[in-house]
Design a binder for this molecule. Structure first.
Ligand code: ATP
Ligand code: MG
Length: 831
């Protein structure tokens, strides 16, 4: 029976019934206001329930926030909780089957997120967030009910689920919004609420509960094991950044989930301000994966921001400002103090915060002893930042200079002191000064940045320096970096570096893990970052890697509209063309880019690499010489020069170039290429030595083993060779699609081992996936001639020659027993 009055409150009406009991509207005649009384069914309640309710109510009543219902007190006669009465409806009543209007959903979502975030920061979790626990008052404001009240109840009731279906029924309204950790009875933290909010947002936006199924048990199963249903609908209905945010909130594993609501608030606020709603209407799909990337792996071109600020310089307007930052060595003056670590990485982070700047950082510089002004030029930057630090006690003096790359003009400079003892003040000071010298540019400096610790900075710089010097195992460095970013969220510079390193490692190792990680980090960067271009550019690269060319094109168009005239767009389009096998188009795009981006040697480098693939020897030599003129001793360029000579030019020169490079650094690829040059010179003995050295540096390298086997074969050591071919095949196959080159390595080994059927099968697969690639055609010719199918061998050999492969490669001993090279016409036939 309903009570009529309790503790001076006059009960007016019953307004609802939930899992815990009944809720009434009552009148407080003294204060002349309405209150809501939430009763607790104490009949049959487990022991201690009321006491715990009091404890929870106490905590909840400490919360004071416009988005949270105020608790007035606990009435022991009820027992019930007296709280603010909200006129209005629950969120459930506002939900629509096809989702509510985007602006309303985002506005309410933001209010709820703010309320929860406030509570989390006060150490309180809700634990039962769902639409019936959110009221929308008559002014349209969201207010969250029942804070902390459910925390313990859920545990109890879930534990008894097995003995009676009753509890499940009681919990039916709660289950679709439960986090997996609640379901599994694990300990909870604020991330559990983030999951539930993800469910609520999903439902607001699409009208669908992401994990709801026919009955509570099926729903529990779906919460634990299934992808949210209706992801496509989410993507159709809402902008990519918002969809990604919701999906990150719905990660089942709390450690992969959005860690705090601070980041969500930033994104939602943007949408509320209407800033990004139109801009971000790109379809985002998760990338499926395959394919190897070959290309210039070593550059960290950090790509940022949307153009809000047009610089007046001709040729630069309409795109992001490219700002080069030299490494610490170049400004380390005086004693070697850890402060410069902090200063340098604070500048890097500051640049990342500036929406219209594209910071350019290199790791592993190929040029020794250049000064930063020259490096800034080589990077094709518009400006560079000179950082000077003079440690003095107790303050250190920092000077930041903005310098125009073209003529060295000093555009702006600031000088300030930092308290060396107080790391966070110092890093904040540096950050704000970076923002100051770029005043007027879009920035957002709120996000978590100040929470970084001194050790975060040192770890970052340690990893960066190792990469820079090319020392240390890059996979180990990646693991360190990965750990750093999970422990120090909001460290943009580290996250961007992690994506790039993961991408490089994927190219090197073909391990899917790295591609997955790269995508994962990008997912987080997408909303944590003030500007999506930094992410878009990387997404485009990863899509190309994955063979998702349509998605890549969509993203590139987007970037082009955000940062018109950016040479990066041409470079990406060139990669797309390259992926399609249209090497000449790729080459012309990259050439165009290199003419735009002042004198970036990296664009020339790519042009040279493409020209080499295209068999365009003159262009290749020309580009490489240009780089070498600018940066004498540039080892990357010298390596390319060696490749030109090895593939098409003067083999003796190739030998001497690689010998010279080996004096500078014993790199696996130099040894392998030197070995190949020696094979061409029929010096199999020395070739074998070099392949062996290469394998000492990188044991198990498949191509090096294959080459060594070929050398042994040429030397007449058939059994040794066959063992080596076998060992390639016995290696664990990389997960996923290994790509055409990987397939051809195995096909060659199989052919040598007379496993003809499988060899041909792989060859056909490689040929169909890379129909235009001369190298694949060449290797196909090789396999066919080993198999004894001379006609197919000739067809492929011709194709390889037509696409630029040099005749010399058909003189290798593997072709000894085949008529392939001799029967080829001297000139290219028309096709
Ligand atoms: P649970 O017990 O799991 O929280 P529930 O949220 O459905 O389930 P109650 O919290 O008991 O149930 O609330 C029942 C209903 O009472 C709510 O859905 C809401 O309509 C109404 N209500 C609760 N608190 C208030 C309040 N402070 N002001 C106005 N109406 C309220
Ligand atoms: Mg409730």
């Amino acid at each position: 029976m309903d009570p009529t009055s309790v503790a001076g409150y006059r009960v007016v009406e019953r307004i609802g019934r939930g899992g815990m009991g009944v809720v009434y509207r009552a009148r407080d005649s003294v204060l002349d206001r309405d209150v809501a009384l939430k009763y607790v069914d104490s009949a049959g309640a487990p022991e201690g329930r009321v006491e715990r309710l009091i404890r929870e109510a106490k905590i909840a009543s400490s919360l004071q926030h416009p988005g949270i219902v105020t608790i007035y007190g606990f009435v022991s006669e009820g027992p019930c909780i007296a709280m603010e009465y909200i006129r209005g409806d629950t969120l459930s009543a506002h939900l629509l089957p096809d989702g509510m209007a985007l602006d309303k959903a985002v506005r309410l979502g933001l209010q709820i997120a703010e309320a929860l975030h406030y509570a989390h920061q006060s150490g309180v979790i809700h634990a039962d967030l769902k639409p019936s626990n959110i009221m929308i008052d008559l002014t349209g404001r969201a207010k969250v009910l029942d804070f902390g009240l459910a925390h313990w109840r859920l545990f109890e009731e879930l534990q008894t689920i097995s003995d009676s279906g009753e509890h499940l029924q009681q919990l039916a309204g709660t289950i679709p919004y439960m986090s997996p950790e609640v379901v599994m009875g694990r300990s909870l933290d604020c991330r559990s609420d983030i999951f539930s909010l993800g469910c609520v947002l999903f439902e607001m936006l699409t009208g669908l509960r992401p994990f709801s199924a026919d009955n509570p048990a099926a729903t529990l199963n779906s919460l634990l094991n299934r992808m949210p249903r209706g992801i496509e609908i989410l993507h159709q209905k809402v902008p990519a950044a918002l969809a990604d945010l919701v999906l990150r909130m719905l990660e089942k594993d709390p450690s992969r989930r959005l860690p705090t609501l601070g980041d969500a608030i930033v994104v939602l606020r943007d949408f509320c301000d209407g800033v990004d709603v139109l801009r971000l209407r790109t379809k985002h799909r998760f990338l499926s994966v395959s394919a190897i990337r070959r290309g210039l792996p070593l550059l960290f071109t950090v790509f940022l921001g949307l153009l809000m600020y047009l610089i007046s310089e001709p040729g630069v307007s309409g795109r992001q400002l490219r700002v080069f930052l030299a490494q610490p060595e170049y400004y380390r003056e005086g004693e070697d103090t850890p402060m410069d670590t902090v200063i340098w990485s604070s500048v890097v982070n500051g640049l990342h915060l500036l929406g219209s700047i594209q910071p350019i950082l290199y790791h592993r510089l190929p040029v020794e002893g250049s000064d930063p002004a020259q490096l800034a030029k080589l990077a094709g930057s518009d400006e560079w930042i000179n950082v000077r630090f003079q440690p003095e006690n107790p303050l250190g003096n920092v000077q930041l200079q903005r310098i125009r790359t073209g003529d060295g003009a000093l555009l702006k400079q600031v000088q300030f002191s930092v308290p060396k003892e107080y790391l966070s003040q110092s890093s904040q000071a540096v950050l704000s000064q970076v923002l100051a010298i770029y005043r007027g540019m879009e920035s957002r400096q709120s996000i978590g940045y100040s929470a970084l610790s001194y050790s975060d900075y040192s770890r970052f710089v340690e990893i960066y320096s190792s990469l820079n010097q090319g020392v240390g195992d890059r996979q180990v460095l990646f693991n360190k970096l990965d750990k750093l970013i999970s422990e120090a969220p909001g460290f943009f510079a580290a996250e961007v570096m992690a994506v790039d390193l993961a991408h490089d490692l994927f190219s090197d190792t073909e391990k899917m893990f790295y591609l997955e990680r790269a995508k994962n980090i990008i997912g987080r960067l997408q909303f944590a970052h003030p500007n999506p271009v930094v992410v878009l550019q990387r997404k485009a690269l990863l899509s190309i890697d994955s063979g998702d060319i349509e998605i890549a094109e969509e993203i590139v168009n987007k970037i082009s509209s955000m940062s018109p005239g950016d040479p990066e767009v041409l470079l990406l389009r060139s990669r797309i063309a390259e992926h399609r096998g249209d090497i000449s188009k790729a080459l012309s795009l990259v050439t165009k880019a290199s003419s735009m981006a002042s004198i970036s040697w990296s664009a020339w480098y790519r042009a040279a690499a493409l020209a080499i693939r295209n068999g365009d020897v003159d262009t290749a030599r020309d580009k490489v010489d240009k780089i070498l003129n600018l940066t004498p001793g540039n080892t990357l360029a010298l390596g390319q020069r060696g490749l030109v000579e090895l593939l098409y030019g003067d083999v003796d020169r190739a030998v001497s170039i690689y010998k010279r490079l080996l004096e500078i650094k014993r790199h696996r690829s130099y040894l392998v290429n030197l070995g190949l040059a020696l094979m061409l010179k029929e010096n199999y003995q020395e070739a074998r030595v070099n392949f062996t050295y290469a394998l000492e540096i990188q044991p198990g390298h498949r191509v090096a083993i294959l080459n060594l086997a070929d050398a042994e074969m040429a030397l007449g050591n058939r059994e040794i060779a066959l063992d080596l071919y076998r060992s390639v095949l016995n290696q664990k196959k990389p997960r996923g699609d290994e790509g055409a080159y990987g397939k051809m390595v195995r096909a060659q080994c199989l052919a040598h081992l007379e496993e003809y059927g499988m060899a041909i099968e792989l060859t056909l697969e490689a040929l169909s996936s890379s129909p235009e690639d001369p190298e694949i055609a060449y290797q196909a010719a090789l396999v066919y001639s080993l198999v004894g199918e001379y006609e197919s061998a000739i067809v492929n050999a011709r194709a390889a020659l037509r696409r630029g492969m040099d005749r010399r490669w058909f003189n290798l001993p593997v072709f000894r027993n085949t008529p392939v090279p001799d029967s080829l016409p001297e000139n290219n036939e028309n096709h």
